[in-house]
Design a protein around this ligand. Structure first.
Ligand SMILES: [Cu+2]
Length: 244
């Protein structure tokens, strides 16, 4: 129920009507699916290349070899699927409010790469940034809505806790190692997931309803679809990126 309706009910004095309201809908619906790739998966441009980290010899102590992130295809799935796609509820939750989890999200720097490369976080949730390398990293948040932030972690084992306070989508980069990049989206709800090596996602614990679900990928962009799901049911939402 939106706030407008509620105000109308209250003002007309239909107090008894509140008793007739249905019990709060159960939050047990699931939307899940996969993100497929419909194109030439063997094309050279979709091949992961090793990143040259020789500029800083200490990077290799954290991880011998790191690869490019702009496109990672899961060629062992059928169909071929895409990794690191952030899938989330974009519309349909109305004015519902969700608790901020006490568990932090951790962004690790190890081998001069960010783990995870793409992630979601809830507004007000703690983000812990750690340096697992014997080198200095500079963490540069480039938000659009939250305050810009730039700090360095010169030593291994350093940790910093942050809070993002507004819905936002942005890139994190390192000003020391230009290949380092991570993407963050700040949500006001917990219905988001990132595809892994099976190219699948799952949004659990939804109230029944109709939702606009969006998939975002750093190279292939966004795709949206409307998905309806009933209480205690699972609805499928399969996305396909069809690049040239
Ligand atoms: Cu760095």
């Amino acid at each position: 129920m939106n706030r407008g309706n509620w105000t109308t009910v209250a003002l007309t004095g239909l107090f008894a009507f509140t008793a007739a309201l249905p019990a709060a809908a159960q939050e047990d619906a699931v939307i899940k699916g996969k993100v497929a790739f419909d194109g030439d998966a063997s094309a050279a441009k979709y091949k992961r290349r090793a990143i040259d980290t020789s500029k800083d010899a200490n990077c290799k102590k954290g991880k011998k070899r790191i690869g490019t992130y702009n496109v990672i295809l899961n060629k062992k799935t059928d169909p071929v699927t895409v990794r690191n796609v952030l899938v989330y509820v974009k519309e349909g939750l109305g004015d519902r409010k969700y608790d901020v989890p006490s568990e932090p999200v951790t962004l690790t720097q190890k081998g001069c790469e960010y783990k995870p490369h793409v992630f979601g976080i809830i507004e007000g949730q703690t983000l812990t940034v750690t340096n697992g390398d014997e080198t200095s990293h500079n963490i540069h948040f480039q938000p659009k809505v939250n305050q810009e932030l730039n700090f360095s972690q010169p030593k291994k084992g350093m940790t910093k806790e942050l809070k993002l306070v507004a819905e936002d989508t942005f890139k994190v980069k390192c000003d020391v190692h230009p290949w380092m990049g991570a993407y963050v989206q700040v949500f006001t709800h917990p219905f988001f997931d990132v595809t892994g090596n099976k190219g699948t996602f799952e949004l659990k614990g939804l109230p029944p309803g109709s939702y606009v679900v969006e998939a975002w990928h750093e190279t292939f962009g966004t795709k949206t679809m409307t998905v309806e799901v009933a209480s205690d049911q699972t609805a499928e939402a399969n996305f396909t990126y069809k690049p040239d």
